[in-house]
Each structure stands twice: as structure tokens, then as C-alpha cells.
Design a binder for this molecule. Structure first.
Ligand code: SF4
Length: 715
């Protein structure tokens, strides 16, 4: 037999998943328009390394369920807000059942018809109810250029600042604390600088699962002598490499960190010069922690006082210490306080602005840093310039040629509440899936169902798209060019590997066309032109261009991309706001406490093989095979008391709903706590979660709600 020759094409681009931003070469079968394999490139963040998602998670782009034509909801479709076909016939994404059940409720339309319906309906709501009756969710999966154009459309064309994205669900509290303290929310040191740290504190994060390639560099550093202090209420695998592991009761971080501050002040492990020259507010912090002894903190957080003392001494005596944190810090109703404590610990020990030091909130999505930088946030234009600053408003009004609203807009959860109340009546959702990702999805259902008009632009018929009036088929990451900013502030270029399927179109072109049909001129020759306009209205990106980024990208800030790779470490001499503000915090219990009916604490999160609402990874054959089902992790002590065995089906109930899934007994979770991944629609963790939010970052407390677990009745 003769082998048929396959025409292939290799394209240097990026992994589409997490904020590490690994550089990858995808090799595509040109004739069949699909990727056949991935090779790690020598990128600044990955040095050729890839995790299982980057290596095997690319086939979602060629999945047969890709949307290929615009869809318009039929008059006699299932009523919004009642059980939708997907819920009546639950199955996992990628299976035929739910997709085939939903599609008959829509009809195919031409692009001209679909886009005109979108423009007319949004204009109609703006005319009859005002601009603030409209809102948009952009996406941290999109490029910087798409994020910039989307927030520009919402602000300049819809006329409102009601624009947000999933940063509200992951690091909004970290951003609030960092902006308040330093005047910048970007990381101070890149991940790989951990190699120069004496001590690295990893708290509320699970890099092995959520930032896998970053985790490999942290483990390398540990092997070479960096001492890791790992703090978590669910023991992450990287604790195997720790010099000290502190298992902390969920929601008690402030008590632990204030006790560490207490020891550092008591034993004079302070960097007095740094405190004097670079900070303000130290006295208030010292006063707030005066009574928070390790013994007092132990009673709240469960960490032995001796271990708190040891952690504080390790930090205070280190020459260089680095802080990494994840959503175990940020996704709490006091998430901003948690981040404030970490900032104080770094500042009072002088651990910012030098090699091997710094503050690094590990960003989740591949472009959550860039989407935030580009202004997909209701209070700020690009580069965190406040919408209620008259000078900033005047500048953007001049640049964009229209009057702009001075009122900060609503956040993700506020928009959903406003939709429930009838105050927001029309929405444009680009690449987000709030029906799975937002807390208390029954409330999300009410909000989405109550909208007069919803347009969803996506690559699959997501659970959120079931509520749409118009669905626009978009391009996947693999089909478009654009820039993406990783967790290290590195701006890198993605390149098209495949052709979009059917009539699917580029997201940036669709945003421009909707703007134009609504009467606002928005036209660019290329994404590079969009980038130039975005960069010109920022300081951070001002020196960059697509040409300057090249194949390897640059860190921002970058004084001259011709001669410099950008700055891996920032704030060596000064912070953008002047002296860093230290903010005193006091322990406040989580919003919802366990009781007799709901005795356990639920924390939600991610697993290595899947990504957020599963839209992409659950349609990837290898990843779905590795992790096909949801399970709830339960400590064996609790399982014994409840009479539950490993692998048994159980019901998990909170004050908001019940889901059924498999029990997985695990010593990783503390007694009294359970963990459920967020990716699985058929066991949707967010049916259970509490929508209460942090008062500053407005982030929901996904890491803490009260539940009970019981054996599922036999069918
Ligand atoms: Fe992709 Fe993140 Fe894995 Fe790198 S670590 S391959 S960016 S998912």
C-alpha cells in the first residue's frame, strides 16, 4: 500500500488556555483544516514546555458542533427561563443530544439579516430605555484588540460603561487591592524570577493544575534551594515540594497573615528603610495586628501557632521572597482584604522591586491581564484610567468623537441583577458563558430570561446561547491573529492556524460591523491597526506594535522594543501612586457560615484537564477522555460519618440548589470541607454557590458556601 502524503503547515502561535502564555507551534493538516500536533516553542514563559491542554487540547477548534452560520431564535422556541432543551435532556458538551435538541429552536440567517437585527434591537432599547439599559460581557479569551474594540463599542456606541468580563470572577479583588496600594494591578516580577527567590509563598493557588508550566519552574526553583511555603485549605500537589505546608481553614486568611505580620513586627524582622521611603500606613497596620498573636490566629485559622511563627520567620529572614496567589485568596467575600494582607507582608519586609521578590497574582485566562488592560472593566478605560475622571473622559471623547458617560458601569453580577430587575434590557455577550460561570445560576437564568434582547457571539452553542435571540458564529483562537498579554505582562502574538468553519467570521470585524450599523464609524484595515490605536491611549503599551512584538513578544513596560525585551521586574524605584499604601485589615467571617442543615464548606475550582465552563476542553477528545466526569472531593473522616464510600453517587445541596455527582474520597481536602470543579454542566457547581460579593472588588465568594452531602437515593 502507498501512504497518502498529507500537506501540513506549521504556525508559531500561543496556547489558547491559561495565563502562563506558553509559546507553541501547531502543525495543521491543510486539506482537512485541523491541527495534528503541537510542539512547545522556546517562549519566555515556557522554554519549550507544554502541559496536557497545550499539547492535546487543540481539537475543539475542529469539533463538528462549531457554529457555522448566524442563528435567529424562532418565535415558537421554548420560552426563555423555563427549562431549556439542554437541561431537559442533560448531556455533556460535545455529545449530540443537547446540541441537536437546541438547534431546532433557531433558524439560520444571512449575516446581513442577523447583524441588522442586532443593530436595530440594541438601538431600539437605547432609544426607548436609555443607554444604561444595555450591557456587554467581553471575554478574557479574546485578544487585546477584540477587548479594546468591544469596550469601545459599549462605551462609544451603546453609550454606557456597563462592560465587564470574567476578571470580575477571578482576580477583581487582587486588582482592587493592588491598584489601591501601588497604583498598578500588574505583577511586579515574572514567574521565572522565582529561581532567584530564597523563599516563595504560594497561597490559595494550585499551579500544578491551573498554571502547570509555571509550576514546573517553581518546582525547579525548589529543587535548587528556594524554600516554598504553601498555604491552602485543599492540599495542592506542589505542597510535596514545600519546606512548610500550612493547611488553613477556608475563609480565615486574614487571621493567618495578620499573625505573621504580628511576629515580623514583634521580632523586628522589618525592612525599616523600605517602610520609611516606599510606603505609608504602616502604623495603622501595626496597630491592627497588635493583638493578633499566632495563638489567637490558630483558634480562627486552624494553623498551629508554631507553624505561623516559622512561616513569619522564614519570610522575615529571607533576603528575597516572592508571593504567588490564586483564587483561594481572591474569590472570597473578603478577597480584597486577603490581598491587602499579602501586599503588607511583602512591603514591610522590603520584598518588592528586586530580583526574586514581588507580588504575583497568577492570572487565569490566557488574556485576562490584557482584557483588563484594554478596559473591559466598568470603572476604567484602557490602562485603568478612571471613567469618572473628567480629564480622562475629555480625552477619550476627543479621541472617539462622541460624548461618553461619566458614571462607572455595573459589574458582571450587578448586570445580572439589573437584568432580573428589568433595569438592563439588552445584552451583547462575546465569548463568555455566565450560565455556567456565574454564582447561583438560577438567578443568572432569571436575569438572562428577563432580557428583551440578547446577542451571543461564540464558537459553540453554549448554555448561555440558549437564551439568545441572535447567535453569531465567531472564530476560535486557532483562526485569528491578535495580541495576548500573559500573567507576566508579556504581550505576545497569536497567529491563525486554521480557516474558520463555514461562514464563521472574525470577532473584531463583527464588533466593527455592529458599530457601523448603529451609526458609529469603526473601520480598521487590520488587527495591527487596532493595536496601534489601543497602545496610543495607554502608557503601558505605548512603545509596542505588532511588528515590534515579533515572534517572542515583549514584557510591558518596554522603553524601546528595538533594544529591550521589556521589564521583567517593575517598581524598583517607585510605585505609580507614589508611596505604597498599606491597609489595615481585621478578620471578618465569610458571608455564609455552615450550620446544622448545611454543615460543610464548599470550595469550587478547576482541574488540570479542563478549562472554565468546559466549552472547549470538553470537546477535546484527549482531555475529555482523561477527565470525563465531575466528582466532589470529600475527606474520608466526613465520608465515614455520612456513610459514603468512594465512587458513590451523592447529592450536594446548598441554600440555592442541589446537584448529583460522584464522591471522591481525598485527604487533600480538610475535614469539614468539600471541593467541586466548575467545568461540568451536568453537575453545575454554580447552582450551589453564594452570589454575595466582596465590597471592593465585587467578586463572588466562590471559595466558600455552606452545603450538605448525602447519599443519592437509588433511582
Ligand atoms: Fe497552555 Fe497554560 Fe498549559 Fe501553558 S501551562 S500549555 S499556557 S494551559
Amino acid at each position: 500500500t502507498s501512504r497518502q502524503r498529507v500537506a501540513t503547515r506549521a504556525v508559531d502561535t500561543l496556547c489558547p488556555y491559561c495565563g502562563v502564555g506558553c509559546a507553541v507551534t501547531y502543525v495543521a493538516d491543510v486539506d482537512h483544516n485541523r491541527i495534528v500536533h503541537a510542539i512547545g516553542r522556546d517562549g519566555a514563559a515556557n522554554a519549550g514546555r507544554l502541559c496536557v491542554k497545550g499539547r492535546y487540547g487543540h481539537d475543539y477548534a475542529s469539533h463538528p458542533q462549531r457554529l457555522t452560520r448566524p442563528l435567529i431564535r424562532l418565535q415558537n422556541a421554548y420560552p426563555k427561563g423555563q427549562l431549556s432543551p439542554m437541561e431537559q435532556r442533560p448531556g455533556k458538551p460535545g455529545g449530540p443530544v443537547e446540541h441537536d435538541a437546541v438547534l431546532p429552536h433557531f433558524r439560520e440567517a444571512s449575516w446581513d439579516e442577523a447583524l441588522q437585527v442586532v443593530a436595530d434591537r440594541l438601538l431600539g432599547i437605547r432609544e426607548s430605555h436609555g443607554s444604561d439599559a444595555l450591557a456587554g460581557f467581553g471575554s478574557a479569551k479574546g485578544s487585546n484588540e477584540e477587548a479594546y474594540l468591544f469596550q469601545k463599542l459599549v462605551r462609544a456606541v451603546l453609550g454606557t460603561n456597563n462592560v465587564d468580563h470574567c476578571t470580575r470572577l477571578c482576580h477583581a479583588s487582587s486588582v482592587a487591592a493592588l491598584l489601591e496600594s501601588m497604583g498598578s494591578a500588574a505583577v511586579t516580577n515574572v514567574v521565572r524570577d522565582v529561581a532567584r527567590a530564597d523563599v516563595a509563598i504560594l497561597t490559595g493557588c494550585n499551579p500544578t493544575e491551573n498554571h502547570p508550566v509555571a509550576a514546573t519552574f517553581i518546582k525547579d526553583a525548589a529543587a535548587a534551594g528556594t524554600r516554598l511555603i504553601v498555604i491552602n485549605s485543599r492540599r495542592p500537589q506542589i505542597a510535596d515540594y514545600a519546606a512548610l505546608y500550612l493547611p488553613i481553614r477556608p475563609g480565615t486568611d486574614v487571621a493567618l497573615y495578620n499573625a505573621m505580620l504580628h511576629v515580623i513586627i514583634r521580632d523586628d524582622l522589618l525592612d525599616h528603610a523600605f517602610i520609611r521611603e516606599r510606603t505609608e500606613g504602616f502604623e495603622a497596620v501595626a496597630e491592627a495586628v497588635r493583638e493578633v498573636t499566632p495563638a489567637a490566629a490558630e483558634r480562627i485559622c486552624g494553623v498551629p501557632a508554631a507553624d505561623i511563627e516559622q512561616a513569619a520567620r522564614m519570610l522575615g529572614e529571607a533576603n528575597a521572597a516572592m508571593f504567588f496567589w490564586g483564587m483561594g485568596i481572591s474569590q472570597h467575600t473578603r478577597g480584597t482584604d486577603n490581598a491587602r494582607c499579602l501586599i503588607s507582608l511583602a512591603m514591610v519586609t522590603g520584598n518588592v522591586g528586586r530580583p526574586g521578590t514581588g507580588l504575583h497574582p497568577l492570572r487565569g485566562q490566557n488574556n485576562v491581564q490584557g482584557a483588563s488592560d484594554a478596559g473591559l472593566i466598568p470603572m476604567v478605560y484602557p490602562d485603568y484610567q478612571r471613567v469618572d475622571d473628567p480629564a480622562v473622559q475629555e480625552r477619550f471623547e476627543r479621541d472617539w468623537g462622541v460624548p461618553l458617560s461619566p458614571r462607572p458601569g455595573l459589574t458582571v453580577t450587578e448586570i445580572i441583577s439589573a437584568a432580573r430587575d428589568g433595569d438592563v434590557r439588552g445584552m451583547y455577550i462575546l465569548g463568555e458563558n455566565p450560565f455556567i460561570s456565574d454564582p447561583d445560576v438560577n438567578k443568572v437564568r432569571e436575569g438572562l430570561a428577563n432580557l428583551d434582547f440578547l446577542v451571543v457571539q461564540d464558537i459553540f452553542l453554549t448554555e448561555t446561547a440558549e437564551f439568545a435571540d441572535v447567535i453569531l458564529p465567531a472564530s476560535s483562537f486557532m483562526e485569528k491573529a491578535g495580541s495576548y498579554t500573559n500573567t507576566d505582562r508579556r504581550v505576545q502574538l497569536g497567529a491563525p492556524v486554521l480557516q474558520p468553519p463555514g461562514e464563521a467570521r472574525q470577532d473584531w470585524e463583527l464588533i466593527c460591523e455592529i458599530a457601523q450599523r448603529m451609526g458609529y464609524p469603526m473601520a480598521y484595515d487590520s488587527v495591527a491597526d487596532v493595536f496601534d490605536e489601543f497602545a496610543a491611549c495607554t502608557e503601558s503599551y505605548a512603545s509596542l506594535s505588532h511588528a515590534a512584538l515579533g515572534l517572542r513578544g515583549r514584557w510591558y513596560p518596554c522603553s524601546n522594543p528595538e533594544t529591550s525585551d521589556g521589564e521583567p521586574i517593575v517598581f524598583g524605584d517607585a510605585f505609580p501612586r507614589g508611596p505604597a499604601m498599606l491597609v489595615a485589615t481585621r478578620f471578618t467571617p465569610a458571608d455564609e457560615q455552615p450550620d446544622g442543615d448545611f454543615p460543610l464548606v464548599l470550595s469550587t475550582g478547576r482541574v488540570l484537564e479542563h478549562w472554565h465552563t468546559g466549552t472547549m476542553t470538553r470537546r477535546s477528545a484527549a482531555l475529555d477522555t482523561l477527565a470525563p466526569d465531575a466528582s466532589v472531593e470529600l475527606n474520608p473522616t466526613d465520608a465515614r460519618k455520612l456513610g459514603i464510600s468512594d465512587g458513590q453517587q451523592v447529592r450536594v445541596t446548598s441554600r440555592r440548589g442541589t446537584i448529583t455527582l460522584m464522591a471522591e474520597l481525598s485527604e487533600a481536602v480538610l475535614p469539614g470541607t468539600v471541593f467541586i470543579p466548575m467545568h461540568f454542566r451536568e453537575a453545575c457547581a454554580n447552582l450551589l454557590t453564594n452570589p454575595a460579593v466582596d465590597p471592593w472588588g465585587k467578586i463572588p465568594g466562590f471559595k466558600f458556601c455552606a452545603v450538605r452531602v448525602e447519599a443519592a437515593r437509588e433511582a
